[in-house]
Structures are given as structure tokens and as C-alpha cells.
Design a protein around this ligand. Sequence first.
Ligand SMILES: [Zn+2]
Length: 192
Amino acid sequence: MSELDTLIQLLAKLPGLGPRSARRAALHLIRRRESLLEPLATALAKAAEAVRPCLICSNLDTIQPCGICRDPQRDGTAICVVEDLADLWALERTGAFRGRYVLGGTLSALDGIGPDDLNIQRLVDRLKPGQELILALNATVEGQTTAHYIADRVASSGVKVSRLAQGVPIGGELDYLDDGTLTAALRARRSL
Ligand SMILES: [Zn+2]
């Protein structure tokens, strides 16, 4: 198989790319050898060598522990549980959370993912009384099952457990919300 075929096959494995878009991406890269293909090859090699999951929180970084875990400005008493790295990045973009994280994944009977696969014991060991554990898991069945499981596991550890609010999005109109979201918003109402 030629180098070009190998490149196309590998690109086709990327999320969102099929064989056709992989061929277009490969052509695009080869036509921009100096401005794109070579810098990308260098960046990939460097990332493969240097980027590793943090042993404390599983965030990806080139240092161990990661920049978030070792930042003394961050609040060590608040730990946010997220499903994956994209969720961590989403929360970081807001700038609203200045605590630390743990990446967990979710329990899924369908995919055979149980508590041992998620390393929940490592999270439990890390908690100290008085800390707050924020469960920022997706509002899916798996996310909520995992949230309940973690809440049960840490119930006796003296930490305050909270989860993200569910309800009306910023700029949202009630008439356009689905019934589940509107019901959750009504149940989670709070006094002004
Ligand atoms: Zn970390």
C-alpha cells in the first residue's frame, strides 16, 4: 500500500471524516506541504511524544501533574467530575470554575463499563471532608446513572455533592423547550 493510501486510511478514522472527506483532506495536506503538511507532522510527533494523561485528574498535558492540578491559584476544595476532556475544555472556556477536575467517563451496562473501569475508587480516595464535589455529567441516562452512583459512593465521606442545574438555557423561550427540560426547570426553581 502506498504512503498516500496509508495517510487516507488513517485520516478516515478521525471523527467526522469518512473515506471521501479523508481523500480530500489528504489532497489538501499534500498541496500545502510547507504551510500545513510538515507543521502538522511535526505537531503530531511532538504530541505523541509529550502529551500524557495526568495521573491525578486524567486531563491531558505535557507536564505531570497537569497545569490545572499544579496551579496554586485554583481552589483545591472544589472538584468537578466531567465525562471527558471536551467537557473539561467547555467548562474552562467559561472561566466560571476555578477548582480542579476529575475525568470519569460514564457507567454503561450496554458497553460493559462498570465502576472499576471508571476508577471511582481513585476519586473517593482523593476526597477530603469539607470539599465540594460537583457532578458535571451529561444529562443523559448514562450521565445521570453515573452521577447517582458517585453520590452514593461518597455519601459518607463528608463532602458536599452538587450537580449542574438543568433548565431554561440563556436566551431560551419557554414555548420552544422540550417537556423534559421545562419540567426539570420548574422542579429546580429557586427563590429570587
Ligand atoms: Zn491533573
